[in-house]
Design a binder for this molecule. Structure first.
Ligand SMILES: [Zn+2]
Ligand SMILES: [Zn+2]
Length: 433
Protein backbone atom coordinates (compact mmCIF):
# COMPACT_ATOMS: atom_id res chain seq x y z
CA UNK A 1 0.00 0.00 0.00
CA UNK A 2 1.21 3.49 -0.81
CA UNK A 3 1.84 5.49 2.31
CA UNK A 4 -0.31 8.56 2.43
CA UNK A 5 -1.78 10.78 5.06
CA UNK A 6 -4.79 8.48 5.00
CA UNK A 7 -2.78 5.52 6.32
CA UNK A 8 -1.64 4.82 9.84
CA UNK A 9 2.10 5.04 10.46
CA UNK A 10 3.77 1.63 9.75
CA UNK A 11 3.55 -0.66 12.75
CA UNK A 12 0.48 1.06 14.17
CA UNK A 13 -3.19 0.34 13.64
CA UNK A 14 -6.68 1.40 14.54
CA UNK A 15 -8.56 -0.80 16.95
CA UNK A 16 -12.04 -0.61 15.53
CA UNK A 17 -15.45 -0.87 17.23
CA UNK A 18 -15.84 -4.38 15.78
CA UNK A 19 -12.96 -5.67 17.91
CA UNK A 20 -12.71 -3.15 20.75
CA UNK A 21 -14.90 -5.25 23.01
CA UNK A 22 -12.27 -8.02 22.92
CA UNK A 23 -9.84 -5.51 24.41
CA UNK A 24 -12.39 -4.22 26.87
CA UNK A 25 -13.21 -7.75 28.00
CA UNK A 26 -9.53 -8.34 28.83
CA UNK A 27 -9.00 -4.94 30.42
CA UNK A 28 -12.10 -5.20 32.59
CA UNK A 29 -11.05 -8.65 33.72
CA UNK A 30 -7.60 -7.32 34.67
CA UNK A 31 -9.03 -4.32 36.55
CA UNK A 32 -11.45 -6.49 38.46
CA UNK A 33 -8.94 -9.14 39.50
CA UNK A 34 -6.06 -6.76 40.19
CA UNK A 35 -8.35 -4.71 42.43
CA UNK A 36 -9.25 -7.86 44.37
CA UNK A 37 -5.55 -8.19 45.12
CA UNK A 38 -5.28 -4.59 46.29
CA UNK A 39 -3.50 -3.20 43.24
CA UNK A 40 -4.32 0.38 42.24
CA UNK A 41 -4.01 1.82 38.79
CA UNK A 42 -1.27 4.33 38.01
CA UNK A 43 -1.20 6.40 34.82
CA UNK A 44 2.21 7.74 33.96
CA UNK A 45 2.92 9.93 30.93
CA UNK A 46 3.52 8.25 27.59
CA UNK A 47 6.60 10.42 27.08
CA UNK A 48 9.45 10.64 29.55
CA UNK A 49 12.96 11.98 29.46
CA UNK A 50 15.18 9.75 27.33
CA UNK A 51 17.63 9.44 30.19
CA UNK A 52 15.04 7.54 32.29
CA UNK A 53 14.95 4.66 29.83
CA UNK A 54 18.62 4.83 28.87
CA UNK A 55 19.49 4.27 32.53
CA UNK A 56 16.51 2.19 33.59
CA UNK A 57 16.61 -0.30 30.73
CA UNK A 58 20.32 -0.10 29.97
CA UNK A 59 22.26 1.44 27.08
CA UNK A 60 23.49 -1.88 25.70
CA UNK A 61 20.03 -3.37 25.20
CA UNK A 62 18.30 -3.59 21.80
CA UNK A 63 15.45 -1.49 23.15
CA UNK A 64 17.60 1.50 24.02
CA UNK A 65 20.19 0.89 21.31
CA UNK A 66 17.91 0.63 18.29
CA UNK A 67 14.22 0.64 19.07
CA UNK A 68 13.21 3.76 20.95
CA UNK A 69 11.13 6.57 19.49
CA UNK A 70 13.34 9.43 20.61
CA UNK A 71 13.03 13.04 19.54
CA UNK A 72 13.93 16.53 20.62
CA UNK A 73 11.00 18.63 21.70
CA UNK A 74 10.75 22.33 20.90
CA UNK A 75 12.93 23.27 23.86
CA UNK A 76 15.66 20.87 22.76
CA UNK A 77 15.04 18.31 25.48
CA UNK A 78 15.43 14.65 24.51
CA UNK A 79 12.09 12.89 24.91
CA UNK A 80 11.24 9.21 24.38
CA UNK A 81 7.90 7.49 23.91
CA UNK A 82 7.91 4.83 26.60
CA UNK A 83 9.10 1.43 25.33
CA UNK A 84 7.92 -0.19 28.59
CA UNK A 85 6.48 1.09 31.84
CA UNK A 86 8.49 -0.27 34.76
CA UNK A 87 11.03 2.56 34.73
CA UNK A 88 8.16 5.08 34.57
CA UNK A 89 6.34 3.48 37.50
CA UNK A 90 9.49 3.42 39.62
CA UNK A 91 10.16 7.05 38.65
CA UNK A 92 6.64 8.00 39.74
CA UNK A 93 7.06 6.06 42.99
CA UNK A 94 10.22 7.98 43.82
CA UNK A 95 9.07 11.39 42.54
CA UNK A 96 5.80 11.24 44.48
CA UNK A 97 7.37 9.62 47.54
CA UNK A 98 4.86 6.79 47.45
CA UNK A 99 7.21 4.88 49.79
CA UNK A 100 5.93 7.13 52.59
CA UNK A 101 2.54 5.41 52.33
CA UNK A 102 1.66 2.44 54.48
CA UNK A 103 3.41 -0.78 53.49
CA UNK A 104 3.71 -1.98 49.98
CA UNK A 105 2.81 0.09 46.92
CA UNK A 106 0.81 -2.18 44.64
CA UNK A 107 0.42 -0.53 41.26
CA UNK A 108 -0.85 -1.61 37.88
CA UNK A 109 -1.01 0.05 34.49
CA UNK A 110 -2.66 -0.45 31.13
CA UNK A 111 -1.56 1.34 28.01
CA UNK A 112 0.42 1.69 24.79
CA UNK A 113 4.19 1.25 24.53
CA UNK A 114 6.38 2.15 21.55
CA UNK A 115 9.27 0.28 19.96
CA UNK A 116 10.60 0.63 16.44
CA UNK A 117 11.05 -3.09 15.87
CA UNK A 118 11.66 -4.89 12.60
CA UNK A 119 8.45 -5.47 10.69
CA UNK A 120 7.11 -8.87 11.64
CA UNK A 121 3.69 -10.46 11.69
CA UNK A 122 1.93 -9.85 14.99
CA UNK A 123 4.49 -7.26 16.13
CA UNK A 124 3.37 -3.70 16.46
CA UNK A 125 5.42 -0.59 16.99
CA UNK A 126 2.63 0.78 19.12
CA UNK A 127 1.69 -2.20 21.23
CA UNK A 128 -0.22 -2.53 24.47
CA UNK A 129 0.73 -3.86 27.84
CA UNK A 130 -0.90 -4.53 31.16
CA UNK A 131 1.54 -4.70 34.00
CA UNK A 132 1.79 -4.59 37.75
CA UNK A 133 4.56 -3.63 40.14
CA UNK A 134 4.72 -4.39 43.87
CA UNK A 135 7.19 -1.96 45.41
CA UNK A 136 8.60 -2.01 48.91
CA UNK A 137 9.26 -5.62 49.87
CA UNK A 138 11.42 -8.57 48.90
CA UNK A 139 9.18 -11.18 50.46
CA UNK A 140 8.97 -14.26 48.22
CA UNK A 141 5.26 -14.62 49.06
CA UNK A 142 4.59 -11.36 47.21
CA UNK A 143 6.16 -12.85 44.10
CA UNK A 144 3.88 -15.87 44.35
CA UNK A 145 0.88 -13.61 44.97
CA UNK A 146 1.57 -11.43 41.93
CA UNK A 147 1.92 -14.54 39.77
CA UNK A 148 -1.26 -16.01 41.23
CA UNK A 149 -3.09 -12.78 40.38
CA UNK A 150 -1.80 -12.80 36.81
CA UNK A 151 -2.60 -16.47 36.27
CA UNK A 152 -6.04 -16.05 37.75
CA UNK A 153 -6.74 -13.28 35.26
CA UNK A 154 -5.47 -15.27 32.29
CA UNK A 155 -7.28 -18.45 33.25
CA UNK A 156 -10.56 -16.61 33.84
CA UNK A 157 -10.26 -15.59 30.17
CA UNK A 158 -9.99 -19.31 29.40
CA UNK A 159 -6.50 -19.11 27.95
CA UNK A 160 -4.20 -21.98 28.76
CA UNK A 161 -0.68 -21.18 29.80
CA UNK A 162 2.41 -22.55 31.45
CA UNK A 163 4.46 -20.88 34.15
CA UNK A 164 8.23 -20.94 33.80
CA UNK A 165 10.36 -19.78 36.74
CA UNK A 166 14.00 -19.28 37.53
CA UNK A 167 16.31 -17.48 39.90
CA UNK A 168 18.94 -15.22 38.41
CA UNK A 169 20.73 -14.90 41.75
CA UNK A 170 22.09 -11.66 43.14
CA UNK A 171 24.98 -9.40 42.18
CA UNK A 172 27.26 -11.54 44.32
CA UNK A 173 26.48 -15.07 43.16
CA UNK A 174 25.72 -14.08 39.59
CA UNK A 175 29.21 -12.62 39.13
CA UNK A 176 30.67 -15.99 40.11
CA UNK A 177 28.26 -17.80 37.82
CA UNK A 178 29.08 -15.57 34.85
CA UNK A 179 32.78 -16.42 35.23
CA UNK A 180 31.87 -20.09 35.12
CA UNK A 181 29.62 -19.50 32.12
CA UNK A 182 32.37 -17.67 30.25
CA UNK A 183 34.71 -20.59 30.86
CA UNK A 184 32.20 -23.06 29.44
CA UNK A 185 31.40 -20.82 26.47
CA UNK A 186 35.09 -20.42 25.64
CA UNK A 187 35.26 -24.17 25.08
CA UNK A 188 32.39 -24.29 22.59
CA UNK A 189 32.74 -21.06 20.59
CA UNK A 190 33.34 -22.91 17.31
CA UNK A 191 29.85 -24.47 17.53
CA UNK A 192 27.99 -21.23 18.20
CA UNK A 193 26.47 -18.59 15.93
CA UNK A 194 28.07 -15.17 15.43
CA UNK A 195 25.68 -13.49 17.85
CA UNK A 196 26.46 -16.05 20.55
CA UNK A 197 30.20 -15.65 20.02
CA UNK A 198 29.88 -11.92 20.46
CA UNK A 199 27.62 -12.30 23.51
CA UNK A 200 30.03 -14.77 25.07
CA UNK A 201 32.42 -11.83 25.34
CA UNK A 202 30.17 -8.87 26.05
CA UNK A 203 27.07 -10.09 27.91
CA UNK A 204 27.34 -13.83 28.28
CA UNK A 205 23.92 -14.27 29.94
CA UNK A 206 22.30 -13.17 26.71
CA UNK A 207 23.54 -16.36 25.00
CA UNK A 208 20.40 -17.88 26.51
CA UNK A 209 18.29 -15.58 24.32
CA UNK A 210 19.67 -17.23 21.15
CA UNK A 211 16.98 -18.77 18.98
CA UNK A 212 19.32 -20.33 16.40
CA UNK A 213 18.55 -24.04 16.14
CA UNK A 214 22.17 -25.26 15.91
CA UNK A 215 23.14 -23.40 19.10
CA UNK A 216 20.47 -25.06 21.26
CA UNK A 217 22.16 -28.42 22.02
CA UNK A 218 25.27 -26.54 23.15
CA UNK A 219 23.39 -23.98 25.19
CA UNK A 220 21.68 -26.82 27.01
CA UNK A 221 25.05 -28.09 28.17
CA UNK A 222 25.93 -24.80 29.86
CA UNK A 223 25.90 -24.72 33.66
CA UNK A 224 22.54 -23.74 35.18
CA UNK A 225 22.47 -20.64 37.37
CA UNK A 226 20.17 -22.39 39.85
CA UNK A 227 23.02 -24.76 40.68
CA UNK A 228 25.26 -21.86 41.62
CA UNK A 229 23.13 -19.61 43.83
CA UNK A 230 24.44 -18.28 47.14
CA UNK A 231 22.72 -19.55 50.29
CA UNK A 232 20.42 -16.51 50.59
CA UNK A 233 19.31 -16.70 46.94
CA UNK A 234 18.82 -20.47 47.14
CA UNK A 235 16.66 -20.07 50.25
CA UNK A 236 14.66 -17.30 48.63
CA UNK A 237 14.03 -19.42 45.53
CA UNK A 238 13.02 -22.46 47.59
CA UNK A 239 10.65 -20.32 49.63
CA UNK A 240 9.12 -18.76 46.50
CA UNK A 241 8.51 -22.19 44.99
CA UNK A 242 6.97 -23.30 48.28
CA UNK A 243 4.45 -20.43 48.15
CA UNK A 244 3.57 -21.31 44.55
CA UNK A 245 2.99 -24.92 45.52
CA UNK A 246 0.86 -23.87 48.50
CA UNK A 247 -1.28 -21.82 46.11
CA UNK A 248 -1.70 -24.88 43.91
CA UNK A 249 0.25 -23.29 41.05
CA UNK A 250 2.22 -25.63 38.82
CA UNK A 251 5.52 -24.43 37.36
CA UNK A 252 8.61 -25.51 35.54
CA UNK A 253 12.11 -24.35 36.47
CA UNK A 254 13.86 -23.16 33.32
CA UNK A 255 17.52 -22.21 33.85
CA UNK A 256 17.75 -20.42 30.48
CA UNK A 257 15.31 -17.82 31.81
CA UNK A 258 17.82 -15.09 32.61
CA UNK A 259 17.82 -11.39 32.05
CA UNK A 260 20.81 -9.46 30.89
CA UNK A 261 20.27 -6.49 33.18
CA UNK A 262 22.20 -6.12 36.41
CA UNK A 263 19.32 -4.86 38.48
CA UNK A 264 17.25 -7.99 37.89
CA UNK A 265 17.79 -10.26 40.86
CA UNK A 266 16.50 -13.56 42.13
CA UNK A 267 13.04 -14.54 40.90
CA UNK A 268 12.34 -14.33 37.16
CA UNK A 269 9.33 -15.79 35.41
CA UNK A 270 7.57 -16.11 32.11
CA UNK A 271 4.10 -17.19 31.17
CA UNK A 272 3.95 -18.93 27.83
CA UNK A 273 0.95 -20.05 25.87
CA UNK A 274 0.90 -23.49 24.31
CA UNK A 275 -0.58 -21.97 21.19
CA UNK A 276 2.09 -19.34 20.74
CA UNK A 277 4.97 -21.76 21.22
CA UNK A 278 7.65 -21.73 23.86
CA UNK A 279 9.56 -18.85 22.27
CA UNK A 280 6.59 -16.59 22.57
CA UNK A 281 6.07 -15.40 26.09
CA UNK A 282 2.70 -13.91 26.87
CA UNK A 283 4.00 -12.23 30.00
CA UNK A 284 7.30 -11.91 31.77
CA UNK A 285 8.54 -10.42 34.96
CA UNK A 286 10.75 -10.64 37.94
CA UNK A 287 12.45 -8.95 40.82
CA UNK A 288 14.35 -5.74 40.19
CA UNK A 289 15.63 -4.59 43.58
CA UNK A 290 18.38 -2.41 42.10
CA UNK A 291 16.34 -0.37 39.62
CA UNK A 292 15.46 2.54 41.87
CA UNK A 293 19.09 3.09 42.78
CA UNK A 294 20.14 2.90 39.12
CA UNK A 295 17.71 5.79 38.56
CA UNK A 296 19.21 7.75 41.47
CA UNK A 297 16.46 6.96 43.97
CA UNK A 298 16.53 5.32 47.40
CA UNK A 299 16.88 1.53 47.64
CA UNK A 300 13.50 0.04 46.72
CA UNK A 301 12.60 -3.62 46.46
CA UNK A 302 10.43 -4.31 43.44
CA UNK A 303 8.70 -7.18 41.75
CA UNK A 304 6.44 -7.01 38.72
CA UNK A 305 5.50 -8.13 35.26
CA UNK A 306 4.33 -6.92 31.90
CA UNK A 307 1.82 -8.77 29.78
CA UNK A 308 1.44 -8.31 26.03
CA UNK A 309 -2.14 -7.30 25.47
CA UNK A 310 -2.01 -7.65 21.69
CA UNK A 311 -1.20 -11.34 21.98
CA UNK A 312 -3.67 -11.99 24.76
CA UNK A 313 -6.50 -10.40 22.79
CA UNK A 314 -5.55 -12.62 19.83
CA UNK A 315 -5.77 -15.74 22.01
CA UNK A 316 -9.06 -14.77 23.65
CA UNK A 317 -11.68 -17.40 22.77
CA UNK A 318 -14.62 -15.90 20.87
CA UNK A 319 -17.12 -17.19 23.42
CA UNK A 320 -15.34 -15.28 26.19
CA UNK A 321 -14.97 -12.17 24.07
CA UNK A 322 -18.68 -12.23 23.20
CA UNK A 323 -19.54 -11.56 26.84
CA UNK A 324 -18.37 -7.97 26.44
CA UNK A 325 -19.73 -7.33 22.97
CA UNK A 326 -22.20 -4.50 22.67
CA UNK A 327 -25.75 -5.63 22.17
CA UNK A 328 -28.76 -3.45 22.78
CA UNK A 329 -31.40 -4.81 25.09
CA UNK A 330 -34.21 -3.26 23.07
CA UNK A 331 -34.21 -2.31 19.42
CA UNK A 332 -36.95 0.19 18.63
CA UNK A 333 -38.41 -0.39 15.17
CA UNK A 334 -40.78 2.34 14.00
CA UNK A 335 -42.98 3.01 11.01
CA UNK A 336 -43.84 6.59 10.09
CA UNK A 337 -42.99 10.11 11.23
CA UNK A 338 -45.21 10.22 14.25
CA UNK A 339 -43.78 6.89 15.42
CA UNK A 340 -40.25 8.26 14.94
CA UNK A 341 -40.92 11.16 17.29
CA UNK A 342 -42.42 8.73 19.78
CA UNK A 343 -39.39 6.46 19.40
CA UNK A 344 -37.10 9.32 20.41
CA UNK A 345 -39.05 9.85 23.58
CA UNK A 346 -39.36 6.12 24.35
CA UNK A 347 -35.62 5.67 23.87
CA UNK A 348 -34.92 8.56 26.22
CA UNK A 349 -37.24 7.16 28.88
CA UNK A 350 -35.77 3.64 28.61
CA UNK A 351 -32.18 4.93 28.77
CA UNK A 352 -33.05 6.95 31.86
CA UNK A 353 -34.19 3.70 33.40
CA UNK A 354 -30.74 2.31 32.70
CA UNK A 355 -31.73 0.16 29.71
CA UNK A 356 -29.68 0.09 26.54
CA UNK A 357 -31.67 0.69 23.40
CA UNK A 358 -30.96 1.41 19.78
CA UNK A 359 -32.88 2.61 16.76
CA UNK A 360 -32.01 3.55 13.22
CA UNK A 361 -32.37 7.23 12.36
CA UNK A 362 -32.96 6.41 8.72
CA UNK A 363 -35.82 4.10 9.51
CA UNK A 364 -36.56 2.24 6.31
CA UNK A 365 -38.83 -0.75 6.03
CA UNK A 366 -39.72 -2.82 9.06
CA UNK A 367 -37.87 -5.68 7.40
CA UNK A 368 -34.63 -3.73 7.12
CA UNK A 369 -34.97 -2.55 10.73
CA UNK A 370 -35.46 -6.15 11.87
CA UNK A 371 -32.36 -7.10 9.93
CA UNK A 372 -30.39 -4.43 11.76
CA UNK A 373 -31.76 -5.59 15.12
CA UNK A 374 -30.57 -9.11 14.33
CA UNK A 375 -27.18 -7.85 13.23
CA UNK A 376 -26.78 -5.94 16.48
CA UNK A 377 -27.88 -9.06 18.34
CA UNK A 378 -30.57 -7.14 20.23
CA UNK A 379 -32.49 -9.10 22.86
CA UNK A 380 -35.88 -7.57 22.02
CA UNK A 381 -37.47 -5.56 19.27
CA UNK A 382 -40.28 -3.17 20.18
CA UNK A 383 -42.46 -2.36 17.18
CA UNK A 384 -43.92 1.13 17.09
CA UNK A 385 -46.42 1.70 14.29
CA UNK A 386 -49.38 4.02 13.79
CA UNK A 387 -51.84 1.39 14.90
CA UNK A 388 -49.82 0.52 17.99
CA UNK A 389 -49.57 4.20 18.90
CA UNK A 390 -53.32 4.64 18.64
CA UNK A 391 -53.93 1.65 20.92
CA UNK A 392 -51.06 2.37 23.28
CA UNK A 393 -50.14 -1.30 22.97
CA UNK A 394 -46.85 -2.35 21.32
CA UNK A 395 -45.53 -5.61 20.00
CA UNK A 396 -42.44 -6.81 21.83
CA UNK A 397 -40.54 -9.59 20.13
CA UNK A 398 -37.76 -11.65 21.70
CA UNK A 399 -35.29 -12.42 18.92
CA UNK A 400 -33.81 -15.50 20.53
CA UNK A 401 -37.00 -17.56 20.21
CA UNK A 402 -39.40 -15.22 18.37
CA UNK A 403 -41.72 -15.13 21.40
CA UNK A 404 -44.06 -12.16 21.21
CA UNK A 405 -46.04 -10.04 23.64
CA UNK A 406 -48.24 -6.96 23.58
CA UNK A 407 -47.01 -4.44 26.11
CA UNK A 408 -47.78 -0.89 27.18
CA UNK A 409 -44.86 1.52 27.55
CA UNK A 410 -45.60 1.86 31.26
CA UNK A 411 -45.64 -1.90 31.68
CA UNK A 412 -42.45 -2.51 29.69
CA UNK A 413 -39.83 -2.14 32.45
CA UNK A 414 -41.52 -4.51 34.87
CA UNK A 415 -42.27 -6.85 31.98
CA UNK A 416 -38.59 -6.97 30.97
CA UNK A 417 -37.59 -7.67 34.55
CA UNK A 418 -40.06 -10.56 34.76
CA UNK A 419 -39.54 -11.95 31.28
CA UNK A 420 -35.91 -12.63 32.05
CA UNK A 421 -37.23 -15.29 34.42
CA UNK A 422 -39.73 -16.72 31.92
CA UNK A 423 -38.30 -19.84 30.37
CA UNK A 424 -41.18 -20.88 28.15
CA UNK A 425 -43.43 -17.97 27.33
CA UNK A 426 -46.77 -18.60 25.70
CA UNK A 427 -47.03 -17.32 22.15
CA UNK A 428 -48.75 -14.16 23.26
CA UNK A 429 -49.66 -12.63 26.55
CA UNK A 430 -50.82 -9.26 27.70
CA UNK A 431 -48.61 -7.27 29.95
CA UNK A 432 -50.66 -4.33 31.03
CA UNK A 433 -50.07 -2.04 33.96
ZN1 LIG B 1 22.90 -14.61 45.59
ZN1 LIG C 1 23.47 -18.66 18.95
Amino acid sequence: MVETLLNTVPGTRDILPGEIWRWQRVEECARQIFTQYGFMEIRTPIMESTELFARGIGGDTDIVGKEMYTFEDRSGKSITLRPEATASVVRAYIQNALYRGAGLAKLYYVGPMFRHEKKQKGRWRQFYQIGAEALGSDHPAIEAEVIEMLLSMISSLQIETKLLVNSVGCVKCRARYIQLLRGSLAGMLQHLCDDCRRRAETNSLRVFDCKVESCQPHIQKLPAITDHLCVECANHFASFKGYLAAAGIGYQVVPRLVRGLDYYVRTAFEIVSGELGAQNALAGGGRYDGLSEVLGGPPVKGFGFALGLDRLVMLLPDAVAMEAKYKPEIFLAYIGDQAFRQTLSFARALRRQGRSCYFDFDGGSLKSQMRMANKLNASYVLIIGEEELAKGLFKLKRLEDSAQWDVTMEGLPSFLAESAALANPSASMKAGK
